[in-house]
Design a protein around this ligand. Structure first.
Ligand SMILES: Cc1cc2nc3c(=O)[nH]c(=O)nc-3n(C[C@H](O)[C@H](O)[C@H](O)COP(=O)(O)OP(=O)(O)OC[C@H]3O[C@@H](n4cnc5c(N)ncnc54)[C@H](O)[C@@H]3O)c2cc1C
Ligand SMILES: NC(=O)c1ccc[n+]([C@@H]2O[C@H](COP(=O)([O-])OP(=O)(O)OC[C@H]3O[C@@H](n4cnc5c(N)ncnc54)[C@H](OP(=O)(O)O)[C@@H]3O)[C@@H](O)[C@H]2O)c1
Length: 439
C-alpha cells in the first residue's frame, strides 16, 4: 500500500494533494507555515514568502487558474491581475473545497529526506521543537523556488542599509531615503516603482538591458493577447511578441534604460507598466551595472557615482532543497535533468511539482504535473522506458535558447509545457477535455 509524503502546501502542493487523493491515494503533507498559500501568505515577519504589501501577479487571472477550480467559481470579482491577498484567499478556498486541510500538518519543517530504496523514504520532521521520523513509499516535492535569496557580490563595502527583495515588505520603511535597487526582473521593477513613491531618490541598476513588457496590450492582459497567437510556431509567435513590445514601448532608450541585446523570450519576462512611467516622471533614475562600493558611495561601470542610504538587491533566488544531502541531489546551479521537469531519471519514487519557470503562470502547470504523478502512482500511466534520454533531451533542447545566467535553468514555454503534459495524461483522463480557454 502506497503512503505518499508531500512537502509544501503552496499553490503546487495543494494541487498535488488534491489530485493524489482523487486517485484514492494515502497522502500526508507537511508545511512549515501555519496555513495554505506558500509564497502568497503576505506577512511583515521574515519567513517563506517573498511577496510585498503591493504585489499583484504578472500573469493574468485567465491564464493563472486551476482547471478544477476557476476564478469564476471562486469569486468573479477578482481583478484581471489578482493581488497577493486575492490569491491567498483563492488557494485557501481550493484547499477547503477539496477537504485538503485534513491531511496537511502545519508548523512542520521537513528537515531531511533519505531515500532508502525504490519503495521507501525516511522523512525527518520537526514539530514544536520535537524531531521525529516517518516512513513513506513516495515523495512529492513542492517546496517552491522563490524564497532562498541570491546575493550579488561587488568589490568594496557598502556601509549603508543592505537587504534582499525577499526581506522587502513595504515602501514606507524607505520614506525620505536614497534607495538603489539592483536588478531588472519583476522584483526590481516592482520595488523601484514602490519605493519611488516615498523615497528621496530611487535608482535602479541594471547589469544589462531587459525588455519590459507592458501589463496590457490594446486593453487586454499581455499574456491573453499573446495567447491569441498560439496557433503559430514558437519562433513566429515570439517574433510577433518582440515586435509588439517594441511598438508598445518605443524601446528602452526613450527612458534612459539600456537597450536589450536579447529577445523577450531569452530571459524570464519583466512585466511592468509603471517603471517607464516613473522614469519619465523623474521618480526612478536608471543606472548601469555596479563597479564597486565605497562607504555609502556606489560607483557604476560608466564612471558615474552616487550616494545611497539603502541598497535593495532584487537579484533573484537560488533553487534549493535543503532536506536532501548535496551528494544525493543539488540543482542550485543547474542543469536540472528531469522529464517534464518532474520525473527523475533514476529515482522512480521521487516527484517534483512546480519546479519550472514558465513564461506564464506556474500553478496550472503544477495541476497537470500533479494529475500525471497521481496517474502513475495509481497505476494508470507508465513513464517512458527511455526516461534517461528524455531527461537529457530536456536539458539539451530547451524551449528557448536563453542567456546563460543562473536564473535560467528551468524555463519552459507555458503553452508548450501544458500541451506536453496533457499529451502524456492517460487517454481516458478527464483532463483530455481540458477547457479551450486554457489550451
Ligand atoms: C513577488 C513574487 C511574485 C510572483 N508572481 C508570480 C506570478 O505572477 N505568477 C506565477 O506563476 N508565479 C509567480 N511567482 C512565483 C511563485 O513561486 C509562484 O507563484 C508560486 O508561489 C509557486 O508555488 P509553489 O507551491 O511551487 O511554491 P511556494 O508558494 O513557494 O510554496 C512552497 C511551500 O512549501 C513549504 N516548504 C518549503 N520548504 C519546506 C520544508 N523544508 N518543510 C516544510 N514545508 C516547506 C513552504 O512553507 C510553502 O508553503 C512569484 C514569486 C514572487 C516572489
Ligand atoms: N508582480 C509579480 O508578479 C512579481 C514580482 C516579483 C517577482 N515575481 C516573480 O518572482 C520570481 C523571481 O523574480 P525576481 O525578480 O526576484 O528574480 P529574477 O527573475 O531572478 O531576476 C533577478 C534579476 O537580478 C539580476 N541579477 C542577478 N544577479 C545579479 C548580480 N550579481 N548583479 C546584478 N544583477 C543581477 C538578474 O539579471 P540577469 O537577467 O542578467 O540574470 C535579473 O535581472 C520570478 O518568477 C518573477 O516573475 C513576480
Amino acid at each position: 500500500m502506497k503512503r505518499i509524503c508531500v512537502i509544501g502546501a503552496g499553490p503546487s502542493g495543494i494541487t498535488a494533494i488534491k489530485n493524489l487523493r482523487d486517485e484514492g491515494l494515502d497522502v500526508v503533507a507537511y508545511d512549515r507555515n501555519s496555513e495554505v498559500g506558500g509564497n502568497w501568505i503576505y506577512t511583515e515577519e521574515p519567513g517563506h514568502s517573498s511577496v510585498f504589501e503591493t504585489t499583484h501577479i504578472i500573469s493574468s487571472k485567465t491564464l493563472s487558474q486551476y482547471e478544477d477550480f476557476t476564478f469564476d467559481e471562486f469569486d468573479k470579482s477578482v481583478a484581471d491581475y489578482p493581488s497577493h491577498d486575492e490569491l491567498r484567499r483563492y488557494f485557501q478556498a481550493y484547499a477547503k473545497k477539496f477537504d485538503l486541510y485534513e491531511v496537511i500538518q502545519f508548523n512542520t519543517l521537513v528537515l531531511h529526506c533519505e531515500r532508502v530504496d525504490n519503495t521507501t523514504w525516511e522523512i525527518t520532521i520537526e514539530q514544536e521543537g520535537k524531531v521525529s521520523k516517518e516512513i513513506f513509499t513516495d515523495l512529492v516535492v513542492c517546496n517552491g523556488h522563490h524564497w532562498q535569496p541570491r546575493h550579488p557580490e561587488y568589490p568594496g563595502e557598502f556601509t549603508g542599509e543592505y537587504l534582499h527583495s525577499h526581506e522587502y515588505k513595504k515602501a514606507s520603511a524607505f520614506a525620505d531615503k536614497k534607495v538603489l535597487v539592483i536588478g531588472g526582473g519583476n522584483s526590481a521593477c516592482d520595488v523601484a516603482v514602490e519605493t519611488s513613491r516615498v523615497s528621496k531618490k530611487t535608482g535602479i541598476s541594471w547589469r544589462r538591458g531587459y525588455k519590459i513588457v507592458p501589463k496590457f496590450i490594446m486593453g487586454v492582459p499581455s499574456d491573453v493577447f499573446a495567447s491569441k497567437l498560439n496557433f503559430l510556431p514558437l519562433k513566429l509567435r515570439y517574433a510577433l511578441a518582440n515586435l509588439t513590445v517594441k511598438i508598445a514601448t518605443g524601446g528602452n532608450k526613450l527612458y534612459g534604460l539600456q537597450e536589450s541585446a536579447f529577445r523577450v523570450e531569452q530571459s524570464h519576462p519583466t512585466i511592468n507598466s509603471e517603471l517607464p512611467y516613473k522614469i519619465r516622471h523623474g521618480k526612478v533614475i536608471p543606472y548601469v551595472d555596479i563597479e564597486r562600493f565605497d562607504d555609502k558611495e556606489v560607483h557604476f561601470k560608466d564612471g558615474s557615482s552616487a550616494i545611497f542610504d539603502t541598497v535593495i538587491a532584487c537579484t533573484g533566488y537560488v533553487l534549493v532543497h535543503p532536506f536532501f544531502d548535496n551528494e544525493f541531489l543539488n540543482y542550485s546551479s543547474g542543469p536540472v535533468p528531469l522529464y517534464l521537469k518532474m520525473f527523475h531519471p533514476t529515482y522512480s519514487n521521487l516527484y517534483f511539482i512546480g519546479m519550472f519557470q514558465p513564461l506564464g503562470c506556474i500553478w496550472p502547470g503544477s495541476e497537470l504535473q500533479s494529475k500525471l504523478a497521481a496517474s502513475e502512482l495509481a497505476g494508470n500511466w507508465q513513464r517512458p522506458a527511455n526516461i534517461k534520454e528524455l531527461c537529457e533531451k530536456e536539458v539539451t533542447n530547451p524551449h528557448f535558447d536563453q542567456i546563460k545566467t543562473p536564473r535560467h535553468t528551468i524555463t519552459v514555454d507555458y503553452h508548450l509545457f501544458v500541451k506536453a503534459l496533457k499529451k502524456e495524461l492517460p487517454k481516458n483522463h478527464p483532463n483530455k477535455k481540458y477547457k479551450k480557454a486554457m489550451a
